[in-house]
Design a protein around this ligand. Structure first.
Ligand code: ADP
Ligand code: ASP
Ligand code: MG
Length: 404
């Protein structure tokens, strides 16, 4: 008998027919004698729909009320699944985030889980219930409803698995595992049997949204094995585990793309101490995350400075930089939201040289211009024009011998 946390994503609970499929899978596991805790997302498209409603009634929807609204997506699916299981003759009990005591900080829309009180969940399990918990939501210390950021049900699931000391956290989704690249744009992508937490952290932060990045961080911290698999087949998926449990280590194990980036350049910035601080302090005060930064020195005591921000923050960041440019005497600010970041990732890169040149040559052969480059021990990322993103992923996938 095992304690299993099963999370089902939006497409897996897209309508009542899909929810019935979930109910059957959950029932099978319960009948095998497992203690089952289910974490649910909202129906596919529901969170976007709710955001649309909020934007229709308010120019800048109040962040507290927006979380109250968004949490209803997961409330609906949790209630429907528990109802269905009871109707099928099983003991089930739904819990919302606050009832499951998922306590978070007060950052509406992107709250972090601080702690999870497990007494109620454990009591319900001891009474032979299938426990169904609304993902993506929690409660702050003042009792306000919070949400965990897009894709946050993954983090709900892993954090609840950690709090319960579960044997495994299963993430059921619309692909049958983690692939060497997004299988929806790279038909030759291969399913990975096992991937280390660090590689998955990199893949998630570089655009592979199959797992929310924070869920991987929690899994690594508490050493929770995560099994990413399909809702629609019984096939084994991908295990996300500690690095020393991964049998095969490739130089490059995955290629990702991220379309959620925009670039901002300040031209002819005075090359003096304190200038970078003047440029980036107002950006960080506005809560905008800067990803890559490059600075090119000009001969004339001036530099050009380029950086990237999430697309959603592009307009705000441009407005801030126009004001900064005037203050520091930069010649011009311009930007481009139509860029993409393509990355190659692999723990094996630590002990290999030549990966970067192989990547640059491959992009050059297809005439794809590299706008920015950044590297770490286990990944190399290039900013390119957005229209080449899918081509670049496929080219790099072939170049690094990953094609199926
Ligand atoms: P869910 O609604 O179940 O949470 P998501 O849409 O969040 O599902 O995540 C699954 C999607 O992640 C897949 O449909 C796929 O397009 C995308 N994806 C991106 N990169 C990868 C990858 N390397 N392996 C598998 N899926 C990936
Ligand atoms: N429903 C939320 C979203 O669409 C959370 C999730 O699905 O994980 O982002
Ligand atoms: Mg998801």
């Amino acid at each position: 008998m095992a304690l299993v946390v099963k999370k089902f994503g939006g497409t897996s609970v897209a309508d009542t027919k899909h929810i019935r499929n979930v109910a059957k899978r959950v029932r099978n596991s319960h009948q095998n004698g497992d203690d089952v805790v289910v974490i649910l997302s909202a129906m596919a498209g529901m969170t976007d729909h709710l955001i649309g409603l909020a934007n229709a009634v308010a120019e800048t929807p109040d962040r507290r009320e927006l979380d109250v609204l968004l949490a209803t997506g997961e409330q609906t699916t949790a209630a429907l699944l528990a109802m269905m299981l009871k109707d099928m003759g099983y003991k089930a009990h739904s819990l919302l985030g606050h009832q499951a005591e998922v306590v978070t900080d007060c950052e509406y829309g992107n709250a972090r889980i601080l702690e999870i009180g497990t007494n109620r969940i454990k009591r319900l399990l001891a009474e032979s219930n299938i426990v169904v918990i609304a993902g993506f939501q929690g409660v702050d210390i003042k009792g306000n409803i919070t949400t965990l950021g897009r894709g946050g049900s993954d983090t709900s699931a892993v954090a609840i698995a950690a709090a319960l000391n579960a044997d495994v956290c299963e993430i059921y989704t619309d692909v049958d595992g983690i692939y060497t690249a997004d299988p929806n744009i790279c038909p030759r992508a291969k399913k990975i049997k096992e991937i280390s937490y660090d590689e998955m952290l990199n893949m998630a932060s570089l655009g592979a949204k199959v797992l929310q990045i924070r869920s991987v961080g929690v899994a690594k911290k508490y050493n929770i094995p995560v099994h990413v698999r399909s809702s629609f087949s019984e096939e084994e998926g991908t295990m996300v585990v500690q690095e020393d449990c991964v049998m095969e280590q490739l130089v490059v194990s995955g290629v990702t793309h991220d379309l959620d980036q925009a670039r901002i350049t300040l031209r002819k910035v005075p090359d003096q101490p304190g200038i970078a601080a003047k440029i980036f302090s107002p950006i960080s005060e506005a809560g905008i995350l800067v990803d890559m930064i490059i600075q090119n020195t000009r001969a004339s005591g001036q530099t050009d400075l380029t950086f990237t921000v999430p697309k959603a923050d592009y307009k705000r960041a441009m407005d801030i930089q126009k004001r900064v440019a005037e203050k520091i005497g930069a010649q011009k600010v311009f930007g481009d939201p139509d860029i993409a970041k393509v990355s190659v990732i692999g723990v094996g890169m630590k002990n290999h040289s030549g990966v970067a040149s192989l990547m640059f040559n491959a992009l050059a052969r297809d005439n794809i211009n590299i706008i920015m480059i950044s590297t770490s021990e286990i990944r190399i990322s290039c900013i390119i024009e957005e229209k080449y993103a899918e081509l670049a992923v496929r080219v790099l996938h072939t170049t690094f011998g990953l094609d199926a």
